[in-house]
Design a protein around this ligand. Structure first.
Ligand code: MN
Length: 289
């Protein structure tokens, strides 16, 4: 390619605060997954509320899918690495996510939707990230966008290919921008020993989840299936990492914290318990969506 870019120079890259191993669990109708960002990390990783990783070649692990269920008060970002998933919602929207596609859904005041595999065999792999909404937007009208694989911009540097889902990388603007939380969501494909660097505001909470190979970040080896939570420091200006001998694939996620109270009950994430009771009541009487 003739579009190779040199990496941005950083003065002080972030260090790793700690490595997290996700929790094996199941959700929906028996879908096996790993909850990488669990509820106890919501405050630390504000504005991110949850990250699930799923990946299996065994149909029984995913075939049940996620039948009709509600959401209110946040956004869900589903990134399919491999497989086919169909979603339908209470507003009549329907779409098919294929390998490499993203669905960005703003639940706002409420949706009821299903997310069901459209395959009976083969590999199903990907992530679902929950991104909080600021209090002023929690009751906004629901919205969604299916982003086809070819609509996700890519950036390149020597040994590095970046799919820029949100934010920007190497001067390439991502498929999505969000004002309040300014999320960065990058899928990094790194050849063995390749370097990557990403400037980031010091205030942003940030983490890297490695899903193939391994990498080194701030002098810490990060193996596959681990999330590295990056330390905050007022003088840091970004993230620098280097792929291990097998190369690496990883997602890098960062965002501006909202610093607002978080009240969660299952698929409802609001600011107060009263708003949660209201969400449950609205759902019960069929007025959520
Ligand atoms: Mn859902």
């Amino acid at each position: 390619m003739d579009t190779l870019t040199t990496l941005p120079a950083l003065k002080q890259a972030r260090t790793v605060e700690r490595l997290v191993t996700g929790q094996a669990t199941s959700d929906g109708d028996g879908v096996r997954l790993t909850r990488v960002l669990t509820q106890n990390l919501q405050r630390r990783l504000d504005p991110f509320l949850m990250l699930d990783a799923f990946g299996s070649e065994v149909a029984a692990d995913y075939i049940g899918g996620f039948p009709d269920h509600p959401h209110r008060g946040f956004e869900t970002v589903t990134y399919m690495l491999e497989g086919r998933m169909r979603h339908r919602d209470s507003a009549g929207n329907e779409g098919l996510l294929t390998s490499g596609a993203v669905q960005w859904m703003t639940a706002g005041r409420g949706v009821i939707h299903s997310e069901m595999p459209e395959q009976e065999e083969g590999r199903m792999e990907g992530f679902q990230l929950w991104l909080n909404l600021p209090a002023r937007d929690k009751m906004c009208p629901p919205w969604y966008r299916d982003i086809a694989p070819e609509q996700i911009p890519e950036a390149q540097a020597p040994g590095v290919r970046v799919r820029v889902i949100a934010g920007q990388a190497l001067g390439v603007a991502g498929a999505m921008q969000r004002e309040a939380t300014a999320p960065t969501y990058l899928d990094l494909h790194l050849e063995p020993g390749a370097d990557f660097a990403q400037p980031l505001p010091a205030a942003h909470n940030a983490f890297v989840y490695v899903y193939r190979g391994s990498l080194t970040l701030g002098g810490v080896d990060v193996p596959a299936q681990r999330m590295a939570i990056l330390a905050q420091s007022a003088s840091s200006d970004g993230i620098a990492l280097r792929a291990g001998a097998q190369g690496a694939r990883a997602i890098l996620i960062a965002g501006q914290p909202l610093n607002e109270p978080i009240a969660q009950y299952g698929p409802f994430v609001m600011n107060t318990n009263a708003e949660i009771y209201q969400a449950v009541e609205d759902f019960r009487r069929g007025a959520l969506a």
